[in-house]
Write a protein that binds this ligand. Structure first.
Ligand code: SF4
Length: 232
């Protein structure tokens, strides 16, 4: 039985539940778009981490270790007025809720206000949206619940959409951790867990989603061929 759910899988669920099964079968598939997103993420997070100076390595073995490590680093950043970030090589904090069985790694926590860490998640995109997408709000909501569980107040977080074509234009949206978002996070975590255990998703019926999906050539439910046929 699968237990832990990643907030990124919760975002995938909102895009298309079949992505959860494909991730289990094929792992993460890199595309030009995801590569560009990773490059932007690393550029930003590595700069933030460098500003913190030399860091000490710690051994993490248990969920308790993960939570204690995150608590220690966030507490320190709040006291010192720092910004924390997570890169591919350096993880400074994770968001964990043992009760909801959620564990994930937010991109950044701005602790400069000294009161509460403001989480930020980066998304690269072809067009800047006029409002935050539900999938991204759920993911950020899961992170906020995980950081709140560590003992830190969480009022809101930020999603930053960055234009893929130039990497400098962006639009940000504040996401509030209200009761609606809390409920959606809990419901989505259960739905993802049930798909992980059953392998039986309800795939999207939108061929345009398949056309843009990294699993479109591998997925047994892919409508990508139909999309091509529709376009002819
Ligand atoms: S190819 Fe289509 S059905 Fe398959 S995971 Fe992607 S969006 Fe879902």
């Amino acid at each position: 039985m699968t237990e832990a759910v990643f907030p990124s899988s919760m975002a995938d669920y909102w895009y298309c539940p079949a992505k959860i099964v494909n991730m289990q079968l094929y792992g993460s598939i890199k595309t030009e778009d995801t590569e560009r997103g990773s490059v932007y993420h690393e550029e930003v997070t590595v700069k933030i981490i460098k500003k913190l100076g030399p860091l000490r390595k710690v051994k993490i073995e248990t969920v308790y270790d993960v939570m204690r490590h995150a608590y220690y680093n966030i507490s320190g950043a709040l006291s010192d007025g720092h910004v924390l970030a997570n890169s591919e090589d350096t993880v400074l904090f994770r968001a964990v809720s043992p009760e909801l069985k959620i564990a994930g790694m937010p991109d950044k926590a701005d602790c400069r206000n000294g009161k509460e860490p403001i989480l930020m998640d980066f998304k690269t995109t072809k067009n800047l949206p006029s409002e935050a997408w539900a999938s991204n709000s759920i993911q950020l909501g899961a992170y906020m619940i995980g950081v709140e569980r560590l003992g830190f107040r969480q009022t809101c977080g930020v999603i930053r959409y960055v234009l893929e074509s130039n990497g400098s234009e962006y639009r940000e949206f504040k996401i509030y951790l209200d009761n609606y978002l809390r409920d959606e996070v809990k419901k989505t975590a259960e739905l993802v867990r049930s798909i992980l255990n059953s392998g039986d998703p309800r795939p999207t019926s939108n061929p345009r989603k398949c056309a843009a999906c990294s699993y479109r050539d591998l997925c047994q439910w892919s409508l990508f061929e139909e999309e091509v046929a529709l376009g002819t």
